[in-house]
Design a protein around this ligand. Structure first.
Ligand SMILES: [Zn+2]
Length: 93
């Protein structure tokens, strides 16, 4: 198709590692530069309604693939084993 995938060098928001990425396809996180945290998240790790000012000044920061993998593992932990779940169907005729 001739699509030029121009890579950029940047620092990962999560681990600060410098990595190259394609801006059009990189995963980003919105960060309020004043706090260094996503708008609405406090330094205590709790969340609250982000202020319009925080949203307005927020910028998107890239996340490196390693951190995405870690985040996925965090968000989607290995499913519990249901293999031993009883197979019987109580509503069977
Ligand atoms: Zn990273």
């Amino acid at each position: 198709m001739g699509d030029e995938q121009i890579t950029t060098i940047g620092g990962c928001y999560a681990c600060k590692r410098t990595f190259s990425f394609i801006p059009a396809s990189v995963t980003t996180v919105t960060v309020d530069p004043e706090t260094g945290l996503p708008p609405g998240m406090t330094v205590l790790g709790t969340s609250r309604e982000p202020t319009p000012e925080a949203l307005a000044r927020s910028v998107k920061k890239p996340i490196c693939p390693d951190c995405i993998d870690k985040a996925k593992a965090f968000l989607h932990p290995p499913a519990p084993q249901f293999d031993t779940w009883p197979r019987g169907n109580p509503h069977r005729d």
